[in-house]
Design a protein around this ligand. Structure first.
Ligand SMILES: [Ca+2]
Ligand SMILES: [Ca+2]
Length: 372
């Protein structure tokens, strides 16, 4: 103890009886909690308060009930749930009752990072009416419904950064529902998805069905969705890369610098959303249906690149504004450096960004996704 600290402590002791400085409940519980078993993990999540940091030791956890919390952090004192150091943390849903989710927040200001949620009986991660949550470098894998979901009114200012979400399949509905990311049935502004890799899901890569406020997406890849990888004789997955509406909502979502390839449906589709959806510098390659399907709405399509899509390049209605895309007059189609997608499955960078690839890159500074 330094001399100054010692004197301060002595002064505090001397004055203690009249100062009566007692910690508040929140201050008393704010702490770093290191957990290494499912019971402690569940309790730490449930009992967190603003400022709590939950560090999860490496290993695979098998909770027997959904991990959930309604505890709020604050913008200046969020609740943190993360892996301990650089350890590898997986939370598996295989001991949960059927129909369960692995992790559900109905809460504000959480930062969740560096955790894999796998083999959920139903959805893996659901954030309901959340404000100010940040999800960094998480994975949702091989679940029984959508991988990552934002839902409910009051879904505000959430950021999903560098998520991998793949292999989801809802067997009971023959794959009709399981998306990589679902932002559905709700409202709220300021939500951002960036750096996502959404692939090999039974339904769509990304789905904004019945969400009535604009969502921004950037630096995201959606591929291989909607294929029957489960030998389901009544398979019903849709397989759109980016499904940008539905249920009568009119909303101007924004998609920048992202790509869709090898999906069983359309690369990018309004899905009946008549809003002024902005799609800018994206690439649609070798999707089974249309590269861009915007037949009824007022989308703004700019500087996009569509190549080798089975249904055609673009289906655009009379209210669509289209400029600088490779289907517009006078715009040429640059050659791809590579059409070998194997590197897109590689590990991410140490900071969590998408793996380096030349796949679908062209070097163009004016058209198409840059694939990073
Ligand atoms: Ca569907
Ligand atoms: Ca869907």
């Amino acid at each position: 103890m330094s001399r100054r600290t010692a004197l301060t402590a002595l002064a505090a002791l001397t004055l203690g009886s009249c100062l009566a400085v007692l910690p508040t409940q929140a201050q008393a519980q704010a702490a770093t909690v290191v957990v290494s078993n499912s019971t402690d993990l569940s309790n730490a999540i449930k009992n967190a308060t603003a400022g709590t940091v939950i560090q999860v030791r490496g290993g695979t956890y098998y909770p027997t009930a959904t991990l959930q919390s309604t505890a709020n952090g604050t913008s200046s004192s969020p609740i943190t749930l993360t892996a301990y150091g650089s350890e590898t943390v997986k939370i598996a849903g295989s001991s949960l009752p059927s129909g369960s989710w692995i992790f559900k927040l109905t809460a504000d200001y959480w930062n969740v990072s560096n955790i894999t949620f796998q083999n959920s009986p139903d959805s893996a991660v659901v954030c309901q009416s959340c404000t100010g949550t940040n999800w960094n470098n998480i994975k949702t894998i091989n679940g029984g419904d959508s991988g990552f979901t934002l839902t409910g009114d009051g879904t505000v200012n959430n950021t999903v950064r560098n998520i991998d979400s793949y292999g989801h399949y809802d067997a009971a509905n023959h794959g009709e529902n399981a998306d990589g990311i679902a932002v559905k049935f709700g409202s709220g502004t300021g939500n951002l998805i960036t750096g996502a890799r959404l692939y090999n899901n039974s339904d769509d890569g990304l789905d904004f069905w019945s969400f009535s406020s604009p969502v921004t997406v950037e630096h995201t890849w959606a591929f291989g969705n909607g294929k029957n990888r489960w030998s389901d004789s009544a398979f019903a997955g849709d397989g759109n890369g980016y499904k940008l509406g539905g249920d009568g909502e009119t909303v101007a979502h924004v998609i920048n610098n992202s790509a869709a390839w090898d999906n069983a449906g359309n690369g990018f589709t309004e899905n009946s959303n008549k809003g002024a959806i902005v799609i800018n510098r994206t690439t649609a390659y070798a999707n089974a249906k249309w590269g861009y399907y915007f037949a009824t709405g007022a989308a703004r399509l700019g500087k996009n690149l569509a190549v080798s899509n089975g249904g055609g390049t673009v289906n655009k209605g009379s209210s669509v504004v289209s400029a600088g895309n490779n289907w517009d007059s006078g715009i040429s189609t640059p050659a791809f450096r590579s059409t070998d997608a194997s590197s897109t499955y590689n590990a991410r960078s140490s900071s969590g960004t998408l793996p380096a690839t030349t796949f679908l890159t062209t070097g163009s500074s004016t058209i198409g996704a840059t694939m990073d």
